[in-house]
Structure formats: structure tokens, C-alpha cells
Write a protein that binds this ligand. Structure first.
Ligand code: C5P
Ligand code: C5P
Ligand code: ZN
Length: 479
């Protein structure tokens, strides 16, 4: 009998899923193209490899009826879906009934109206799929159940945490619930380190003034988006900003004393500026560090790692991201040059995000009673329009208190929709997963996701009617 695993309520299902996979001659592993999807696939791939189960991996932008039909047309009798599958269970169950394949699903999205025997999803056990367990976390629970003699797969916890943070599952700067149990296993296994630290993006790779200037999760008046302001703030402190060789120092290059100096000064600064305490709290949190990665590498910081992964798979280079994830985990990942290639892709991704954000700031959003929206047409890639929408919230004129809906062209016939809310809105009843599904189905499309972040695909030309529908549904939810 296997141990209870990191998430006891899921253990029984996990064991059944693992047993089913062990019985398979060969498995098709299908996963999503974002950071969580890539890490999900990496965790599953490593566990399958270690268990001696042959498999092949494919990635998909969006698992829809056509994609599932294409999977059904292959010779694989067992298909392992990670980070998607639950939302498409209605379609998957039909294929299962027709004998096309046996599905095993490790996911955290809102399930469609159907179920199957080998379905591992936190939402089936009253755990929150947008904050307590990610796709990579679900894959990790499965990997733990797939343990073999001499290996318990706990080292894969590091990748599971990258997935959870990549999916923005932190609550007030920390991972909670089942995610936190995975953190604990990773710490025990020596692959993760946690500390209370400044919670800003870029601690490993951004020059200190840039880290402060670009930190936008919590806007610091006079520093955020203010190059001179950030430099002025640092100049007053007893901390060298550059090395003797003239290179900018990053947060991780500072000594502990220097880090305290900056943290304390920042704390005094924001108190002086009368930032509300809720916002001040958000400046500090738990940092999650991959202990086996080199200091100063983006792979050491879970957030920077996840951005690097988004820079690959969202640009049709999931192979690169997967190879980076598997580098230190199995022989599968030993591909020469994957990290270098990922870094090149990262430069491109950054440019696209920054241009996308400028576009939204320049053109603004259209306000309805209950939602605000913009249409990027072909000017933002549909695979990153959701990230841009999330980043735009809080910028000039784009309110935090109203869900944002973003459109981008998918192809000549279809439009991609991404919607983002906030935890405070979901506490008031907002469920974007339901809103996206119902509004898209009303106009001949389909969608789903999480209460706080969801998406859809709709026919081109249906945007106006779609907005009417979403506005109405969200209005009812928030009533
Ligand atoms: O498909 P998947 O579940 O991996 O994607 C989750 C998406 O939801 C991510 O793009 C993530 O950034 C977004 N999200 C968010 N805010 C949250 C939770 C998730 O924007 N609180
Ligand atoms: O693509 P985007 O980042 O906006 O997706 C937000 C969330 O909605 C993700 O969890 C994604 O898997 C989900 N989604 C979905 N069906 C769609 C589009 C997105 O379930 N058609
Ligand atoms: Zn996910």
C-alpha cells in the first residue's frame, strides 16, 4: 500500500491512476502550453520514465473537441492529460465510451459535467483549484503514487512549486493548502528552500534599481516605473549598487546585512508614503528558491523560472521548456543548448509583454456596468493576451475592482478571450469559469478555467453579444 502522499484526500485516486498507468503498454502524455502545463508534463514525464513506462509527450494550446479527436485517432490506448482535461471531460468521456482510449487526468480546472474513474482533481475534494493545488501539483501527487523502489519522486516538488507560482496560486505571497504540503516535501528532499524575503520579481537576474523600478504588484509611489526615483531611493543607503568591475548587482548578490538595509529602508519609505498596510504586507512574503540551481540563474527563482517557461511554450517551443525542466531530473532533459535557447526566447517574450501592456495603457478599456474589456485584434498574441490583461490591471484607468476581459484574434474565424478577476471579487461571488463557459456557449463558442482567471474561444464577430452576456452573468454573480 502506498503512503498517503502529500495530499491525503487525493491519495486513493492517485494510486488508482498510477496503477492504471503501470498497466499501460505505452502512454500518450498531453499537456497545456503554459508554465504550469510544462512543469506538469515534466513531473509526469520524469515519473513515467523512472517507473519504466514508455510514453510520448504532446502539447496543446487549448484542448478542444478537434484536439481530442486527433488524440483519439492515434494508436495510444492510454492518454494522460495534465493541466487540462477536466474542463473537457464531457468530450473525453464520449471517446472513452467509444473505446478510443482510457483517460487518466491530473488537472485543477473546473470539471465539465461528466466524470471518469482515473480523474485526479482538487476540486473533487473541496480543495481550491486556483490557490491550493496547480496542474503540476496534481501531477506531483500522481508522481508520488508512481514511486518505485529506490525513488519517491519528492525531488519533483521543485517543479510542482514552479507550476503553482506560474499559475499565480500564491495567497498574500505564500503558497497555501496542498501546495504548501508539497513545499514541505521539497524542503525535506533538499530541492527547495524557503525564507521570508522581499517579494519582488527579478531577485536573481535584475539589477537592483531595475528590480525596484519594475516591481508592479504593489505600486510604490516615486519608485515604481520611476527610474530616477528608484536610483534616488537606493543612493541614500549604504549599499554599493555596482561591482568593482562596474556590473550592476542583483538582490541575490547583496549580503544579508545589505538586504536588511534595503528592506528596512523600503519599509520606512512606504510607511512614510502612507501606503495602506495591506499593500505594505504584499511587499514581503515567502520566497521559494530551487536549491540545486546556480545563484544568479533565473532557474533558481520560481517566478523567474516560470516566466522563462512561458517564453517557450507560448511560442510553440514547448520542447525547449520541457528540456529545461528536465535538465537536472532525468536523462531525458540533457539536451544541449536548451537553456540558451530559452533565454533567447525570453527576450522576445519580454518585448511582447511590454508592447502589449503599452497598447492597453494607450488605448484603455471600455467600461460596462460589471466588466471592462479591450480588443487587441492581431496586435497581441492570443497565447499571451491573458498575461497582458492581468498585468494591465491597476494601471491608469484600469480598475482592480472590476473583472477585465481581453480579446485577441486566434485565426480568421475565431477570437480568443481571456478574463481576470481578483480574490476579493471571487469572495463576492465572481466565478469567471462559469461566466466564460456560459457566455461563450451562448454565442457558439466554449470556455472555462478558474473562478479568478478563465478563458474562451468564440466565433469572430460575436464579441459584442459575448460582452452583453458576460456583463449580465457577472452582474448576477456579484449581486
Ligand atoms: O490553465 P491554467 O490553470 O494553467 O492557467 C491559470 C491562469 O490563471 C494563469 O494564466 C494565471 O496567471 C491566471 N491566474 C491569475 N490569478 C490567480 C490565479 C490564476 O491571473 N489568482
Ligand atoms: O488563456 P488564459 O490564460 O486566459 O486562460 C485562463 C484560464 O482559463 C486557464 O486556466 C485556461 O486553461 C482556461 N481556459 C479554458 N478554456 C478556454 C480558454 C482558457 O478553460 N477556452
Ligand atoms: Zn494550471
Amino acid at each position: 500500500m502506498a503512503s498517503a502522499g502529500p495530499v491525503p484526500v487525493l491519495a486513493e485516486r492517485a494510486v488508482a491512476c498510477a496503477d492504471r498507468l503501470r498497466d499501460a503498454e505505452e502512454v500518450l502524455l498531453a499537456s497545456h502550453i503554459d508554465a504550469d502545463g510544462l512543469t506538469s508534463a515534466a513531473v509526469a514525464a520524469a515519473a513515467l520514465e523512472r517507473a519504466g513506462i514508455p510514453f510520448e509527450t504532446v502539447f496543446s494550446k487549448q484542448l478542444d473537441a478537434d484536439e481530442i479527436a486527433a488524440i483519439a485517432a492515434t494508436d495510444y490506448e492510454t492518454v494522460l492529460f495534465t493541466d487540462f482535461g477536466s474542463g473537457q471531460l464531457d468530450i473525453i468521456a464520449e471517446h472513452e465510451a467509444a473505446g478510443d482510449f482510457t483517460p487518466v487526468i491530473a488537472d485543477h480546472h473546473q470539471p465539465a459535467d461528466a466524470d471518469t474513474e482515473h480523474h485526479l482533481n482538487p476540486l473533487l475534494f473541496d480543495l481550491d483549484g486556483s490557490s491550493e493545488l496547480s496542474g503540476a501539483g496534481a501531477a506531483y501527487v500522481l508522481a508520488r503514487a508512481l514511486e518505485v523502489d529506490g525513488g519517491d519522486n519528492r525531488d519533483l516538488a521543485a517543479l510542482a512549486v514552479v507550476g503553482a507560482v506560474g499559475d499565480m496560486q500564491t495567497t498574500d505571497g505564500e503558497l497555501v493548502g496542498a501546495n504548501d504540503r508539497i513545499v514541505a516535501e521539497g524542503v525535506e528532499a533538499g530541492v527547495l528552500e524557503t525564507a521570508t524575503d522581499l517579494s519582488m520579481y527579478g531577485k536573481q537576474t535584475r539589477p537592483l534599481p531595475k528590480m525596484l523600478e519594475y516591481a508592479s504588484d504593489t505600486r510604490i509611489p516615486g519608485i515604481t516605473n520611476n527610474e530616477n526615483g528608484a536610483l534616488r531611493f537606493l543612493d541614500g543607503l549604504d549599499v554599493e549598487l555596482q561591482t568593482d568591475a562596474g556590473e550592476w548587482r542583483c538582490w541575490v548578490d547583496l549580503t544579508e546585512d545589505e538586504q536588511s538595509t534595503v528592506s528596512n529602508a523600503l519599509f520606512r519609505y512606504v510607511v512614510d508614503k502612507k501606503l495602506p498596510s495591506r499593500k505594505i504586507d504584499r511587499l514581503f512574503g515567502t520566497s521559494y528558491v530551487l536549491a540545486n540551481e546556480t545563484e544568479g540563474s533565473e532557474l533558481r527563482d520560481v517566478s523567474e523560472f516560470s516566466t522563462l517557461l512561458n517564453a517557450t511554450a507560448r511560442y510553440e517551443r514547448a520542447d525547449v521548456g520541457l528540456a529545461v525542466c528536465l535538465r537536472n531530473v532525468t536523462d531525458l532533459g540533457g539536451r544541449e543548448g536548451a537553456l540558451e535557447r530559452a533565454r533567447e526566447l525570453l527576450g522576445n517574450h519580454r518585448r511582447n509583454l511590454s508592447q502589449g501592456l503599452q497598447l492597453v495603457k494607450r488605448e484603455g478599456v471600455t467600461k460596462e456596468d460589471n466588466v471592462q474589456w479591450f480588443h487587441a485584434e492581431d496586435r497581441i498574441r492570443e497565447t499571451i493576451v491573458g498575461i497582458v490583461a492581468g498585468m494591465a490591471v491597476g494601471a491608469n484607468g484600469i480598475e482592480r475592482g472590476t473583472p477585465i476581459v481581453a480579446f485577441a484574434d486566434k485565426n480568421d474565424e475565431e477570437v480568443k478571450v481571456s478574463a481576470r478577476g481578483t480574490p476579493s471579487l471571487t469572495r463576492q461571488g465572481l466565478d469567471l469559469s462559469v461566466a466564460m463557459r456560459e457566455a461563450s456557449q451562448a454565442v457558439g463558442g466554449d470556455g472555462g478555467g478558474h473562478n479568478v482567471a478563465a478563458g474562451a474561444t468564440i466565433p469572430k464577430g460575436a464579441e459584442e453579444e459575448f460582452v452583453v452576456q458576460v456583463n449580465e452573468i457577472v452582474g448576477e454573480q456579484l449581486e
